[in-house]
Design a protein around this ligand. Structure first.
Ligand code: GUN
Length: 294
């Protein structure tokens, strides 16, 4: 039997609708949640993401500001923008779109954002809070979105073996933290695999929940998936395809058709994890505004 799809677009939309009353309540208190997105350069994928973030804010009655800097901007220029946003009382969340151009030190930039506005959850203070389960910390949007997909699809995680492929600071590591917590969408036994893992298929085949975030197109094949597993594909890769109008198509880190023939449930690419990350960024911005107002 073919796997059932986990529809991130639908779940994301439902979750965005649930934010409306809280945004309305904050606005009544004179606080309109505000998100600033900083984009350096003209990376086409980043431009699409940044536009989508701005639109999602507008749609929910949040404030949004996009700051664009040229690809050759100096690090000092970007740090000055962050300082201004740190001090702006109308901005509750700040996101610097990654990747940054080579002349800019990413760590220095991310650490300059005040932790209370760091809705990406990349500042060490938030990384630490998330690791110890402090709810005032900001959970990075992608793993937070994956966890919500599992919760809202009724995937049992308690006692389950969750295998994460990829150890990035943006997805793999915080994903492991979230699944190790006590509570809903957590209490899992967690294994993290990476590029140096020996016989990775032997590990992924043990997964009740397999979460793949390594950035390699269609790396996980059908024979790496345990029959009946739940597969969450975080990858978004452009691969050349002359038969499409744009000359490329998007594929995940999982060979979808092969995995769908084995798994019980699977996320598509696009339309799986992607729409959830923007939704959770909105949740984090509302959380930032609430914590600022209280
Ligand atoms: N680029 C790819 N993913 C992300 C993310 O989660 N946050 C930011 N700021 N940039 C990204």
């Amino acid at each position: 039997m073919r796997a059932e799809l986990i529809d991130g677009k639908k779940i994301g939309q439902a979750m965005r609708a649930e934010l409306r009353p809280e945004i309305a309540a904050l606005r009544q208190r004179g606080v309109t949640p505000g998100l600033a997105v900083v984009l350096v350069g003209e990376d086409p994928a980043s431009q699409v993401y940044v536009r989508m973030k701005g639109r999602a804010c507008d749609d929910l009655g949040m404030r949004s500001e996009t700051i664009r800097l040229p690809a050759d901007a100096a690090e000092a220029e970007l740090l000055a923008v962050i300082e201004r946003l740190n001090a702006d009382p109308e901005i509750h969340g700040i996101l610097v779109q990654l990747p940054l151009p080579k002349q800019i030190n990413e760590t220095r930039v991310l650490h300059r954002i005040v932790p209370g506005k760091d809705v990406d959850g990349f500042h060490p203070e938030n990384v630490g809070k998330v690791a110890i389960g402090d709810p005032t910390g900001f959970r990075p949007a992608t793993p937070y979105g994956v966890q919500q997909l599992l919760v809202r699809s009724g995937v049992p995680t308690s006692g389950a073996h969750a295998v994460i492929v990829g150890r990035s600071n943006i997805v793999g590591r915080p994903m492991a933290s979230l699944l190790l917590h006590k509570g809903k969408g957590a209490d899992a036994t967690v294994t993290v695999c990476h590029s140096r893992t020996r016989d990775i298929g032997a590990v992924t085949r043990q997964a009740d929940v397999l979460i793949v975030a390594m950035g390699k197109p269609e790396f996980v094949r059908g024979d790496m998936v345990k029959p009946g597993a739940v597969v969450i594909d975080v990858g978004v890769n452009r691969v050349d395809d002359a038969t499409t109008e744009k000359g490329y198509r998007l594929v995940g880190d999982v060979a979808f058709e092969e995995a769908a023939a084995v798994a019980a449930r699977i996320t598509p690419v696009p339309g799986g994890v992607g729409p959830m990350t923007i939704t959770m960024l909105l949740y984090n911005t509302v959380q930032a505004a609430r914590q600022w107002a209280d």
